[in-house]
Design a protein. Structure first.
Lengths: 425, 567
């Protein structure tokens, strides 16, 4: 599904054929599918309206008007029948039910990056709240929206919460002024608290491993600390130095291939496509010899939220690899082997890395840097895939299909789908 | 000059002067002896003479003798007079006295020498000691100065150290101060933030109230129709029961998670225990049997018996169910003990091996180092070879896999083409050769035919010529009995002619046939019956030598044979 202005276009994922077309009242700012893929919600924040469309019955429609309260965020509940709207200034979260038309309110939600978290199985929801200058976490049962647990956290200013994939542990971390990660069990008990150091800037990003065995914490000191689920103590620290000296690390460096221009062809007027392909540079991967020194950017010291530290963390689906990006070295993706807790591969690109995501089925990583190429890495090797087409297609973000067969590449105004062939065995 | 003692001697004044210095010198105090001794040690003979002449003259002989006698007696020598008051001198006594005086003189001289030597030695020792003393004094001075310098340095370093300590303390204090400042500022900021948050909350509340008051018309949800729930059930009311059920469910979820984890941990534990047990058994089996020497190694024996008990115990009971502390500790302790014993054992073995191979019980388990090294080398080679094989195979596999179908087909085609081309080449060569052979054969056959024809012609000529000869010969024979030379000549001619044209293998065969007949023909001395024999031979040979070649003159052949034989 994609939206253009105030239109919603639904296409088939394998053939990109337009299936449905809907018109909304205003420019759509946010789009989300329901978990059973039967409904799509379109949120228009300016007008405070959420419209829901059904795929099965194109005539069915639903409109939720928040009125003067305003709308800041909207999302589905995991059962696909409730919509949670966050009002302006985070006054409250309204839970609208599509089945019963009833409304529930959650008061005092916290205005933080990840204030609402659902468990993977969709049973429980954790909401971060703040009353009287103190942080609380409420756990609700998604079936009937009953409050299960309500407890306070020892944080200064709770920044985010995230459930472990097994749904039993909730990680909460503090603002970056203080390094504190708290782990709560489902029933609200504090299992453990972890703090690596006191004064410098703290946690930047957090990721759970898919088996819930590890919690990776990326911090502003360019290190990733991994905690294990048995003792909640640090197993290891993964450092991101600017020079790589370990001989066992493979460093793939993106190298530009100069294009070979066929002068004979220029005699007749070339089409636009041809010119772009003639003059666009190809690139490929080269293996650099260790020791390699990467491009290191020293951050400006007097700005807030400096581009320092480990900003992106992602575990692979089979729990074997961890991909990280150190914002100091913005052109490199670091891939760590979790079984050995060692750095196995570094991908060095020509431009700053915008986004990367693991394939949900295999240990395959797709990376985009804002150019018109998407880079794929797997333990077998890595390749550069050029997006064919006219002009520049600047890939800003990408998203894998849940089956791992195709990938959505997004630029500012366009998107394209990249299909990956499976090897016939 | 010492103590002068005047001795009244009733002698001439001239003598007394001389004597006085002599005796006074003798009675000088020993302190001034040193300087005087030298002078006395070597009285020059001149002085002696003058002495003697001065002392005793012709006038005062008796007086001098009596004086001498007195002196001698006072010195303890016997009197030199023969009798008590007589004037005759006892020569023997005089000689003895003189001898003794001389001996005394020698002794004194020796003593003097000794003393002088000693004096010299002492002098040199003194010098030496003085030098040493001076040197030591210098050294002492130097070391004192050094000490002073070092002390100075030490002092300076200590000052530096203290300064650095001070700096460090200052820095630490600063750091502490800054930290305090930071924490105080942080608390201040927190406080301020809290204040602002409270304000904000108040605003939110106000806004909330306002919004809630206005809500009725605006807030709405329009749905065309209700949507069924995802799981098809109807919504439930919120009651205490539901709350309790929620709690239950939550605890169930937690419990199931814990149980799963515990199961995993149990499995891991069981695995590890198995591994440990296995290790224990291996270690025990590795150690040499120690039961035979219980006295010497009582400790190990005890441990062994303990182990066996342990093994027995643990094997009896089901290990997987045992998880109590004591059993675990026992297991780990026993393994540690065993490991220690094994380590000691291995160390002992190492020592033994390094010292040299000593045939002992312990070597049963130990392979000699060289064998071990050889084996390892062999294994390494094998590994290398296997690796290379694997690499090549991998490469081949890759080639096969990475090639598309087209390229594989192309490759196969390439191979086929190559082979075909090769085959074609070979065919070409073969055909060429065949052609060449054909040509040659043709030429050969032509040549053979030509040869045959030529030979035919030649033979005809020869036949005619021989006939002619024969006729002439027989005519000659009848007239003359012996015409051997002409016959020989003729035969020679014939043979020569034959040889000139002979290139056929037939002739060789003929020759061989003719050689067989040789002995029989040699016996025939006469020539007259030759023609008859010739004719006989003709018939015989013509029968014997039947040749496929076109040769119609057996006569000629026979003749040639015959001629050859006779020659």
């Amino acid at each position: 599904a994609s939206c253009i202005q105030h239109r919603l276009v639904v296409r088939d994922a394998s053939s990109l054929q337009i299936l449905q077309l809907y018109t909304c009242l205003d420019q759509i700012q946010y789009l989300e599918w329901s978990s059973d893929s039967l409904f799509i919600l379109c949120a228009m924040y300016k007008r405070g309206i959420v419209q829901v469309w059904s795929l099965e019955q194109p005539d069915w429609h639903c409109k939720i008007d928040e009125g003067s309260v305003g709308l800041v965020a909207s999302c589905w509940s995991p059962d696909g029948r409730h919509i949670l709207n966050t009002t302006e200034f985070h006054l409250r979260i309204t839970v609208w039910s599509l089945c019963t038309k009833s409304v529930s309110y959650i008061k005092y939600p916290k205005a933080c990056q990840q204030g609402v978290a659902f468990t993977k199985d969709g049973r429980y929801m954790a909401v971060a709240e703040r009353r009287d200058c103190k942080d609380f976490i409420s756990i609700f049962v998604c079936k009937n929206w009953q409050l299960l647990r309500h407890f306070d956290t020892e944080t200064q200013d709770l920044f985010g919460i995230e459930w472990a994939p097994n749904g039993c542990v909730l990680a909460a971390w503090d603002t970056c002024l203080e390094y504190k990660v708290l782990l709560y069990s489902l029933d609200g008990r504090l299992l453990s608290s972890y703090s690596a150091y006191e004064w410098p800037l703290g946690v930047k990003s957090i990721a759970w491993s898919p088996s819930s065995q590890f919690l990776a914490i990326g911090s502003f000191d360019e290190k990733v600390r991994i905690l294990n689920h048995v003792t909640w103590k640090k197993i290891t620290e993964l450092d991101h130095p600017a020079t790589i000296t370990n001989k066992k690390t493979i460093v793939y460096k993106e190298v530009e291939k100069s294009p070979t221009v066929d002068t004979e062809r220029l005699s007749f007027l070339p089409t636009r496509a041809l010119t772009s392909s003639l003059f666009s540079t190809q690139s490929k991967y080269d293996i650099s010899q260790v020791p390699v020194s990467l491009q290191y950017i020293k951050p400006v010291a007097d700005r807030a939220n400096p581009k320092v530290g480990v900003g992106m963390l992602a575990f692979s689906a089979d729990n074997c690899f961890l991909a990280t990006k150190n914002d100091n070295i913005p052109n490199a993706v670091w891939i760590w082997d979790i079984r050995k807790l060692k750095l196995s591969v570094v991908l060095e690109q020509l431009c700053t890395i915008q986004y990367f995501q693991w394939d949900p089925c295999q240990p395959r990583l797709a990376v985009c840097t804002g150019g018109s190429r998407v880079y794929l890495w797997s333990p077998a090797g890595c390749i550069v895939v050029q997006v064919p087409g006219e002009g520049d297609f600047q890939i800003m973000s990408l998203s894998w299909h849940s089956s791992g067969d195709s990938m959505l590449l997004l630029s500012k105004d366009h998107f394209c789908v990249c299909y990956l062939e499976r090897e016939e065995v | 000059m010492g103590d002068w003692k005047t001795i009244t001697v009733p002698v001439l004044s001239s003598d007394s002067k001389n004597i006085l210095p002599y005796t006074s010198e003798r009675k000088k105090s020993p302190t001034s002896m040193n300087s005087q001794v030298l002078r006395l040690s070597l009285p020059s003979p001149k002085n002696m003479h003058s002495f003697f002449s001065a002392f005793c003259t012709e006038e005062n002989i008796e007086q001098s003798i009596s004086y001498i006698d007195r002196e001698l007696t006072t010195l303890g020598f016997p009197s030199i007079y023969a009798e008590a008051k007589g004037k005759e001198l006892n020569l023997i006594a005089i000689v003895n006295c003189i001898n003794e005086l001389l001996a005394l003189q020698h002794k004194n001289l020796r003593a003097q020498e000794e003393v002088e030597m000693q004096h010299l030695k002492l002098g040199s020792d003194m010098d030496h000691l003085q030098n040493c003393y001076a040197k030591l004094k210098e050294q002492l001075e130097l070391s004192k100065r050094e000490i002073v310098g070092l002390q100075e340095r030490d002092r300076q370093l200590q000052i530096k150290n203290r300064n650095l300590h001070q700096l460090l303390k200052n820095e630490k204090d600063e750091v502490q101060k800054l930290q305090n400042i930071i924490s105080s500022r942080a608390t201040q900021y927190n406080h301020d933030m809290k204040r602002k948050e409270r304000e904000y909350n108040k605003l939110k509340e106000r806004l909330h109230q306002l919004v809630m008051n206005k809500k009725d018309k605006k807030l709405a949800m329009e749905v065309l129709n209700y949507v069924g729930r995802a799981d098809g059930k109807r919504g439930a009311w919120r009651t205490d029961k539901t709350e309790a059920r929620n709690e239950e469910e939550m605890y169930k979820v937690l419990l199931s998670d814990y149980e799963q984890r515990q199961k995993q941990l149990l499995l891991e534990n069981a695995e590890l225990k198995k591994v440990l047990q296995q290790m224990k058994k291996d270690i025990i089996s590795l150690l040499p049997p120690q039961k035979q020497k219980p006295k010497e190694r009582s400790e190990d024996g005890l441990v062994l018996s303990d182990q066996e008990e342990d093994i027995g115990e643990l094997n009896k009971e089901n290990m997987w169910e045992l998880s109590c502390e004591t059993v675990r500790e026992q297991l780990t302790n026993s393994i540690r003990k065993q490991w220690r014993i094994l380590k000691n054992h291995v160390e002992k073995l190492d020592n033994q091996v390094s010292r040299g191979h000593s045939g002992a019980l312990n070597e049963k388990d130990v392979i000699s180092r060289e064998d071990h090294e050889l084996e390892t080398e062999k294994l390494e080679l094998e590994i290398q070879q296997c690796k290379e094989m694997i690499k090549t195979q991998q490469q081949l596999l890759q080639q096969q896999l990475t090639c598309d179908d087209d390229t594989t087909l192309l490759l196969q085609d390439c191979y086929l083409l190559e082979e075909r081309e090769r085959l074609q080449e070979e065919w070409r060569l073969f055909r060429e050769q065949k052609k060449n052979f054909e040509k040659e054969r043709k030429s050969f056959t032509e040549a053979a035919i030509r040869l045959g024809l030529e030979r035919k012609a030649f033979e005809e000529d020869r036949g005619a010529w021989l006939k002619h000869q024969f006729l002439s010969m027989t005519a000659d024979c009848k007239s003359e009995n012996v015409t051997t030379p002409s016959a020989f000549l003729r035969s020679k001619y014939l043979v020569q002619i034959m040889f000139l044209h002979s290139s056929d293998p037939d002739i060789r065969l003929v020759k061989s046939a003719s050689r067989q007949r040789k002995p029989s023909s040699v016996l025939s001395p006469t020539i007259s019956p030759e023609p008859c024999q010739i004719s006989q031979y003709i018939t015989q040979n013509s029968v014997a030598s039947e040749k496929p070649a076109a040769d119609n003159m057996p006569n000629l052949w026979v003749e040639s044979d015959d001629k050859e034989e006779t020659e």
